[in-house]
Design a protein around this ligand. Structure first.
Ligand SMILES: Nc1nc2c(ncn2[C@@H]2O[C@H](COP(=O)(O)OP(=O)(O)O)[C@@H](O)[C@H]2O)c(=O)[nH]1
Ligand SMILES: [Mg+2]
Length: 384
C-alpha cells in the first residue's frame, strides 16, 4: 500500500515543535535526551488561523470530529517510487556512510588490516554504535576468510548481507492489527515525532481500507491536542479528545468505548512525552495499559516507541529506558531525512531486538515507510 508514494506535501506550519522536554531524575542521568533537552520549547500556534480551535479548547465535553467534515484536503502529486524515496530520505546518512565507504574502497583496492580499521571508524562515526560495529567487522572478517576475498570491491555486497542480517530481529516487523479491532499506543519523549507519526500512520492504515480513530492522550498542552486534531482533519480521521489537563487514561477509556460503538478497526493513541522520571513514566503509562487491558482485551495491541534518529546514540538509551516500563512491540524511527546518523537503526535492532516497523523520512503524510531490512541495507550501500 505504501508502494504508491506521492510527492511531498507542503510543510505544515500550523505548529512547529522545535524542541522538547527534559526528562529529569533517573532518566536524565542517563543523558537520554541530551541533545533535545538543552533547547527551549518554541511553539508557534498558527493552528487556529481560520478555525475555532480556541473556542473548542475551553469546552469540557468529549468531542468527536465527524468524518464528513474532515476529508483529506491536500493535493498530492505522484513522484518517486518507493525505493528512490527511501534512498533520497537517507541522503545524509548515505553521505556519511556510503560515500566514505566508496572512497575507502577506491583508495585501498586490497583488503587489509588498515582497510578494516578505517571501515570500523566510518561505522562508529555514523552512529552505528561500538558494539554493533564490532559485530559487523567480526562478521566481515569471517566472510573474507571463508570466501577468500581480497578485493575491497567485493566488500560491498558482503556488507549488504551482514547489515540485512543485523537489521532483521527475531520479531515480526509488520503491524499486528489484523483481524480487527486493534489498538496502538504510541510512546516516546517529547519532540521525537509521536503526533506526526500518528497522523502519518492514520493515513497509511486508512488507505488500507480500515476505519481509523485517534485519541489525544497527550493532554499536557492544548497545542498538543490541537496538533493531533489538525492531523485528524488532514487525513480524514476522527480524533477523540478532551480539554488540556485531563487524565490521559480517561481519554483512552472514552476512545475505546467510542471505537467499539463505531466499530473502528484501529484506534491509535497519543501519549505525553513529558514524564519527569522513570517512576512517573511507569505510573502514567501503567494506567493507560491497565485501561487497555481491562476495556479492550479483544483488541490486538501494538506499543510503538517513537525515536528521533537525529539524537543518535541517545535514541538507544531512550529505548532501553522505555523497554523497562513497556512491552514495546515496535519502533518508529523518525527524522531519518534530517540526519547523517541513520546508522543508529543498526544499533537499535541489534542491541535491543525490537523491530523497527516504520521510518520517518519527512514531515508529510506520505513520509512514513514500512521498514524493510533488505531495502534499507540496499539503500544504504548501493552505489549512487
Ligand atoms: N524532517 C522530519 N521531521 C519530522 C519527522 N517526524 C516528525 N518531524 C517533526 O518533528 C517535530 C516534532 O514532532 P511531533 O510529532 O510534534 O513530536 P511529539 O512531541 O513526539 O509528538 C515536528 O516539527 C514534526 O514535523 C520526520 O520523519 N522527518
Ligand atoms: Mg505530540
Amino acid at each position: 500500500m505504501l508502494k504508491k508514494l506521492f510527492g511531498k506535501m507542503k510543510k505544515n506550519d500550523e505548529e512547529k515543535i522545535e524542541n522538547s522536554e527534559t526528562i529529569k531524575g533517573d532518566i536524565s542521568s542517563d543523558e537520554i535526551i541530551e541533545d533535545i533537552s538543552e533547547k527551549e520549547e518554541v511553539m508557534q500556534k498558527k493552528v487556529n488561523e481560520n478555525s475555532d480551535i480556541e473556542a473548542e479548547n475551553v469546552e469540557n465535553t468529549l468531542e468527536i470530529e465527524e468524518d464528513e467534515t474532515v476529508e483529506a484536503e491536500e493535493t498530492e502529486k505522484p513522484s518517486l517510487n518507493f525505493f528512490s524515496k527511501l534512498k533520497s530520505g537517507l541522503t545524509k546518512t548515505r553521505k556519511g556512510i556510503t560515500e566514505k565507504i566508496d572512497s575507502l574502497m577506491k583508495s585501498y583496492g586490497k583488503i587489509d588490516e588498515e582497510f578494516l580499521e578505517e571501515l570500523e571508524e566510518i561505522l562508529i562515526v555514523s552512529d552505528v554504535g561500538m558494539s554493533t560495529t564490532m559485530k559487523i567487522i567480526e562478521r566481515l572478517r569471517e566472510e573474507i576468510k571463508q570466501n577468500k576475498l581480497t578485493d575491497t570491491k567485493e566488500v560491498r555486497s558482503v556488507l549488504k548481507v551482514i547489515l540485512e542480517e543485523l537489521l532483521t530481529t527475531s520479531k515480526e516487523n509488520s503491524l499486528n492489527i489484523s483481524p480487527s479491532p486493534a489498538i496502538m499506543i504510541v510512546i516516546g519523549v517529547n519532540g521525537v515525532g509521536k503526533t506526526t507519526s500518528i497522523g502519518k500512520l492514520g493515513h497509511n492504515i486508512k488507505s488500507m481500507g480500515k476505519k481509523v480513530m485517534m485519541a489525544a492522550g497527550d493532554t499536557f498542552r492544548a497545542a498538543a491536542i490541537d496538533q493531533l486534531k489538525v492531523w485528524g482533519d488532514r487525513v480524514g480521521v476522527n480524533v477523540i479528545h478532551q480539554q488540556e489537563g485531563s487524565d490521559p487514561a480517561a481519554i483512552i477509556y472514552d476512545a475505546i468505548q467510542s471505537a467499539k460503538a463505531r466499530k473502528v478497526d484501529v484506534l491509535i493513541c497519543d501519549t505525553a512525552g513529558r514524564l519527569h522520571n522513570k517512576k512517573n513514566l511507569m505510573n502514567e503509562l501503567g494506567k493507560v495499559f491497565k485501561i487497555v487491558e481491562r476495556e479492550y482485551p479483544e483488541a490486538r495491541k501494538e506499543v510503538l516507541l517513537v525515536l528521533d534518529a537525529t539524537t543518535g546514540q541517545n535514541a538507544i538509551q531512550q529505548a532501553k529506558t522505555f523497554k523497562e516500563v513497556a512491552d514495546i512491540t515496535g519502533i518508529v524511527l523518525t527524522k531519518l531525512d534530517g540526519t547523517a546518523k541513520g546508522g543508529v537503526v543498526l544499533g537499535i535492532t541489534s542491541e535491543l531486538d525490537i523491530p523497527v516497523k516504520f521510518i520517518g523520512v519527512g514531515e508529510g503524510m506520505n513520509d512514513l515507510q514500512p521498514f524493510n531490512a533488505k531495502d534499507f541495507a540496499e539503500a544504504l550501500l548501493s552505489e549512487n
